[in-house]
Design a protein around this ligand. Sequence first.
Ligand code: SAH
Length: 245
Amino acid sequence: MRANFRMQRLFVDAPLSAGAPVEADSAQFNYLANVLRMGDGAEILLFNGRDGEWRVDLSFPTRKRILLTPREQTRPQPDAPDLHYLFAPLKVGRMDYLVQKAVEMGAGTLVPVMTQHVQGKIHSTDKLKANVIEAAEQCGILSIPAVEEPVKLPDLLEGWDRSRRIIYCDEGHDGQNPLPVLSAIRETKLALLVGPEGGFSEAERATLRSLDFVTAIPLGPRILRADTAAVAALAVIQAAVGDWR
Ligand code: SAH
């Protein structure tokens, strides 16, 4: 079921069930009361990543508090998307974009991967997690993708669950069309790996190409920026072997 885009949607980390009120935190209070100027009886949607989506109404027990009372479940909790998205961190700004787009495109787990030419840094995954929640609130996604701690590419490959195939965007691929390669994939557990702005090193490309749980794909005749490559790859993967079918 697609989301209702006319109502505000907020994430809360509390159980949701009919009639059991949840208190808005201070950021949510500020947003609802001061930015949106909502009053007693106004309605929004709440989700917590576990109990589906609920229509709730606002009440103000005091001038500084808002209670959100679930009245009706508007969508049940869907299965969490299974696609893992492995990405080399980009510089601030582009990385926010990349995380938002990955969530919209149906990534289920986000894993920052440190490669040889990576330029972005991750001081803490809190910022990424906040971005994930904001993207889910905006595009109506009800399961919050997990964000893992950064891992170095060799360590990631070393510890990899080989039943999950890594689809790796290879800017040095001889071909142009990813679709024949993708349609030959038989595994249902998949991960997408996109390199940093500086690309993969020759040594990294050689390693990736030597592993039997990794499939290299091209993305057309032009070199794309990493954030564009991610959206393009997620679209072709979802269409060929994912949840757009
Ligand atoms: N600086 C590199 C390009 C890096 S692009 C160079 O000039 O070669 C960043 C990442 O996006 C790449 O590591 C790759 O994963 C992906 N990518 C970009 N264009 C691509 C293409 N045409 N085919 C496959 N992957 C691509």
